[in-house]
Design a binder for this molecule. Structure first.
Ligand SMILES: [Zn+2]
Length: 176
């Protein structure tokens, strides 16, 4: 498996000389799995540059796990080139909600007035899935979602050891 970090910053993009070391983009990690599957963790501002790189290959399927939906983890989606090209299939995985589907919640950001173009206008095929309670497979990886304490439901991280935990209401205030 190859791992490439396209964004490692929380809360707010912070470009400039002081952040050259780790970059100024918010959360986005690309995993190239053993079978060639591309799995992307979070869609912070770092996903913009990743999207440009992905256009160098033929369109295909991409998996994007959203750990939670705070803006610093989704703000790059509107600038993710494969979303705006026909032929790509984007399968999003994210935390469930009792009040709205994952597509509906992501669309709150990807729609006017917050974003000039709506998600429904994207030429790519975008599929949204709640993460399962049990471990599941993406390509050659086994993914397991766990709840973490944060001011949001947050359930996605690759893991092979601990059993999944139940959803619990947010208990602590934190910035991701
Ligand atoms: Zn957060």
């Amino acid at each position: 498996m190859n791992v490439r970090v396209w964004g490692a910053r929380g809360s707010l993009s912070a470009p400039g000389p002081a952040t050259v070391g780790y970059g100024g983009n918010t959360s986005c990690v690309e995993l190239e799995l053993a079978d060639g599957t591309t799995l992307i963790l979070d869609a912070g501002s770092g996903i913009r540059e990743l999207g440009q790189r992905l256009l160098e290959r033929d369109p295909g399927e991409l998996h994007i796990c959203l750990t939670h939906l705070h803006l610093d983890h989704v703000e790059g989606l509107g600038f993710f080139a494969p979303l705006w090209r026909a032929g790509w299939k984007l399968r999003f995985w994210g935390p469930p909600s009792p009040t709205a589907t994952l597509r509906e919640r992501v669309s709150r950001y990807l729609s006017p007035p917050l974003f000039p173009v709506g998600l429904s206008e994207a030429p790519a095929e975008a599929v949204f899935e709640d993460v399962p309670r049990e471990p599941w497979r993406i390509g050659s990886a086994v993914i397991e979602a766990q709840t973490v304490e944060h001011r949001a439901y947050s359930r996605v991280r690759p893991c092979r050891r601990s059993p999944p935990t139940r959803d619990v209401p947010p208990r602590s205030h934190a910035l991701g």
